[in-house]
Design a binder for this molecule. Structure first.
Ligand SMILES: *Cc1c(COP(=O)(O)O)cnc(C)c1O
Length: 384
């Protein structure tokens, strides 16, 4: 198989020539012989702006893939606009990939538990079997068994493999060479999706750097975590141009609301990007600090290494720890419903103040050593 073509047989047979919805935006083509259109009466939009939107910026249907936003993402990831599909969070990209590549009620999706819940939810909603290849718990990291993933994908005829790297809730990364090897190995059968929702917090290079060489690789990124725009619902899939084109046709007609495009463009502009990079740096420093004192707590049995903006911990008495935090008004994620995580919590790294509140709450319930080290982080005054 040639390195630079996407194997068309991976797309659902009944969607290979599917044109998608033909909207007023996509079906009107200006030809060179006529004067430019000045009066737009082809989409039943309002002629006058809403009082809520006096400038009328939201009066018309938006472009399905706003060109400026697509360009900005392509620039950010040093790739080309044809590879970018913008959607309503990575959640939408996950669903689009499953719907595009798996027959309803058939084929299969491989996940590696413990992992992000939306892969299985989206598969289930499409009636697609989920094949779980549990990760190895190599305290203090989790390891995806790439050979086992490849074997399971083959055995069950899976069309999509989801790898979150860094993983949620594991915080561990899948090495790039393993991602490349798996993608290569399954290239005639399945698309490998690397979900990099926490990529900004990881030391490893992005899998975006593998896209050119691996047509069946897809990388997901989001504005929900490091970029602090979870409420805006913006995520992107970076894929081979042929696959990206099919994903756009499968997608609902106007996935990116106009106010969201403005917000996202602002977030990708230089001032906001500089602030985001600073903020990420701050989270990484806090991750070091908080990791050090969390690891030393009696309540914490295992603190997993994190390449993301959270910690996964196993607690000696998770009930007591959760209760302590709840009484202090602090919510952390109880992970105990997940297989292999029957004593685990996931704690987001918030602001310095929030981390101080966490530390104080846990300290209140800890038997503080007889003669505490005056410089121990548990009792030291926090920097402003
Ligand atoms: C938070 C998260 C996402 C983000 O989803 P959005 O829909 O973009 O908000 C995606 N994948 C993983 C693994 C996550 O933890």
């Amino acid at each position: 198989m040639s390195q630079d073509t996407f194997p068309a047989h991976l797309v659902r047979e009944d969607l290979r020539d599917f044109a998608g919805y033909s909207s007023a935006r996509t079906s009107f083509a200006q030809d060179g012989d006529t004067p430019p259109t000045r009066v737009w009466l082809n989409a039943n939009e309002s002629g006058a702006p809403s009082l809520a939107d006096p400038d009328g910026t939201s009066r018309r249907y938006p472009a399905p893939q706003p060109p400026a936003l697509v360009e900005a993402f392509a620039d950010l990831w040093a790739t080309t606009p044809e590879r970018v599909v913008v959607g309503r969070g990575s959640d939408e990209a996950i669903e689009l990939l499953i719907r595009t590549l798996c027959r309803p009620g058939g084929d299969g999706v491989v996940i590696t538990s413990p992992t992000f819940g939306m892969y299985a939810v989206s598969a289930r909603l499409h009636g697609v079997p989920v094949i779980d290849v549990p990760q190895a718990d190599d305290e203090p990291v989790w390891r995806v068994d790439i050979a086992a993933v490849a074997a399971a994908a083959r055995e069950h005829g899976a069309r999509v493999v989801f790898l979150a790297s860094p993983g949620n809730p594991t915080g561990s990364v899948v090495p790039l060479r393993e991602i490349a090897a798996l993608t290569q190995e399954l290239a005639d059968q399945a698309v490998v999706v690397v979900d990099e929702a926490y990529g900004e917090f990881a030391a490893q290079r992005s899998a975006v750097t593998l896209l050119e060489e691996h047509p069946t690789l897809v990388v997901l990124r989001t504005l929900s975590k490091a970029h602090a725009l979870a409420g805006a619902r913006v995520g992107i899939a970076l894929a081979h141009p042929d696959l990206a084109a099919v994903l756009r046709r499968v997608q609902a007609p106007y996935p990116v609301p106009e106010p969201v495009t403005r917000l996202a463009l602002e977030a990708l502009g230089e001032p906001a990007m500089r602030a985001t990079r600073e903020h990420v740096g701050q989270v990484l420093r806090l991750r070091d600090q908080v990791g050090r004192w969390l690891r030393d707590l009696d309540e914490v049995r295992i603190l997993y290494t994190s390449e993301a903006n959270f910690f996964l911990v196993r607690s000696v008495e998770p009930d007591a720890l959760l209760g302590t935090l709840r009484r202090a008004g602090i919510a952390v994620r109880d992970m105990r419903h997940l297989p292999a995580l029957e004593d685990a919590l996931r704690i987001t790294i918030g602001t310095g103040q929030e981390m101080d509140a966490l530390r104080r709450a846990v300290a209140g319930a800890t038997t503080i050593p007889e003669s505490p080290d005056p410089l121990s982080p548990l009792v030291k005054e926090s920097p402003a």
